[in-house]
Ligand binder design. Structure first.
Ligand SMILES: Cc1cc2nc3c(=O)[nH]c(=O)nc-3n(C[C@H](O)[C@H](O)[C@H](O)COP(=O)(O)OP(=O)(O)OC[C@H]3O[C@@H](n4cnc5c(N)ncnc54)[C@H](O)[C@@H]3O)c2cc1C
Length: 393
């Protein structure tokens, strides 16, 4: 039997399942192939920015995350050395507060919603190669399930939502035309018994730290360092980095972080400079980290993934009917992605340089904040794609 779909999506986390959800709600036959297990965790500090919360609301998923106990974040505390700035989260349409759901919850809620909308989501399934027509266009994928059973699936468009080290991007030779100069290495862990009101972004000279309230009464505590310092100081001993990082950046938090009960190991991310890739070609498109990656210090990757899931789903639907229409819609997707992403990409790269004086950092973070405005305006100007059905957690 032919395994034929309207769209195949490689990767079933934030970008992949959100794109699948929107296409499936529009009545398209969507196949999502995800190597990981259903509800599995992944490395993250979880913080959504306003645009991401707005997208979760527009997709009808916020209620499920709130019902699952994701704590509302009503203020952001930004500390530059000894100076502290507290910013209240201003309510706006779809955004009563910010949220930082655990990925094991968020990715499950997204997958459940995509499945409820009619998408077929196969977990523990790995795509190993792309199928091509004689003219080179991508026409589908080949892969295997957890038992090693091989399959082929075909669709007019194959979407790579397969993350930073995207196989789809590699196989199609997607051009990387912009690269960041800097990268933040991070260590993070989950702590209980800490009273943390809102997002805490803490900056010292050449290092940063943060505390982000997430599900189950836990706080995600992290320390960020320039990637070369991370490599020389922390590789192989991340435990050391978490407590010492807080001691360096925010001594008043250090003892509390050291004394808090730790849930799970301290995990490390060595840092990867940001990039923008060509996000489409004949028979293929990229979304999420596969398409562009920003330094995680600005905690914007998931927000952008949800934004671009909608931009891409709209382009795929608008482009139906002829290759020329699809090409025009994907050109537009690419241009909009770059217009909305580049200012933040550049600001994130400058923050990740860690060469700022604390006074100048304040200006830089204002640039980061200003760079989010066009994204919010753009999303606010789009009619929600379909009537959002609340999904139970
Ligand atoms: C340390 C760290 C902290 C971060 N903190 C934040 C934060 O606080 N806020 C924020 O917004 N962003 C944060 N980010 C960024 C955020 O995690 C990413 O932007 C987001 O996960 C991108 O989602 P995605 O769906 O594009 O990719 P991913 O989440 O990487 O998912 C890609 C999926 O594709 C699957 N896959 C890959 N290859 C194949 C294959 N061949 N076949 C089948 N499946 C495949 C993988 O199993 C994976 O599940 C952080 C990143 C890091 C590294």
């Amino acid at each position: 039997m032919q395994d034929v779909h309207d769209a195949i999506i490689v990767g079933g986390r934030v970008a992949g399942t959100a794109t699948a959800l929107l296409l499936a709600r529009a009545g398209r036959r969507v196949l999502v192939l995800e190597r990981g297990r259903y509800g599995s965790d992944t490395l993250s500090t979880h913080a959504f920015m306003r645009g991401g919360v707005m997208q979760l609301g527009r997709f009808g998923l916020l209620d499920a995350l709130v019902a699952a106990g994701t704590p509302p974040v009503r203020r952001t505390v930004i500390r530059y050395g000894d100076t502290e700035q507290v910013v209240a989260v201003r309510p706006s349409p779809y955004v009563d507060a910010l949220y930082a759901p655990r990925r094991s919850l968020l990715d499950r809620v997204l997958a459940d919603a995509a499945i409820a909308a009619g998408a077929e989501v196969r977990f523990a399934t790995t795509v190993t190669e792309l199928l091509h027509a004689d003219d080179g266009a991508v026409v589908g994928v080949r892969g295997h399930d957890a038992q090693g059973r091989r399959f082929e699936a075909r669709a007019p468009i194959t979407i790579g939502a397969d993350g930073l080290r995207s196989r789809v991007a590699r196989e199609v030779g997607a051009l990387t035309y912009r690269r960041g100069q800097h990268a933040t290495g991070m260590v993070l862990s989950y702590l209980s018994g800490l009273e943390v009101d809102g997002y805490q972004w803490l900056y010292g000279s050449g290092a940063s730290a943060g505390l982000i309230p997430t599900n189950d009464g836990l706080v995600c505590a992290w320390v960020g360092l320039p990637a070369d310092r991370f490599r020389s100081a922390l590789r192989g001993r991340p435990d050391h980095g978490l407590v010492d990082g807080f001691a360096e950046v925010a001594p008043d938090w250090a003892a509390r972080v050291a004394d808090a009960r730790r849930h799970g190991p301290v995990r490390g991310f060595p840092g990867v400079p940001g990039f923008l890739r060509q996000p489409w070609g004949r028979g293929w498109a990229l979304v999420g980290d596969a398409s562009h990656f920003k330094d995680p210090l600005t905690t914007h990757g998931m927000t952008d993934a949800l934004r671009d899931a909608e931009l891409l789903a709209r382009a795929v639907l608008e482009g139906e009917g002829s290759p020329a229409r699809l090409e025009a819609a994907l050109v537009d997707y690419h241009a909009t992605r770059d217009r909305l992403s580049l200012p933040l990409f550049e600001a994130a790269d400058r923050v990740a340089a860690f060469d700022w004086e604390l006074g100048a950092l304040r200006e830089l973070l204002l640039d980061v904040s200003a760079a989010m405005r066009p994204e919010l305006d753009h999303l606010a100007g789009l009619e929600p794609m379909s009537v959002a059905q609340p999904v139970a957690a």
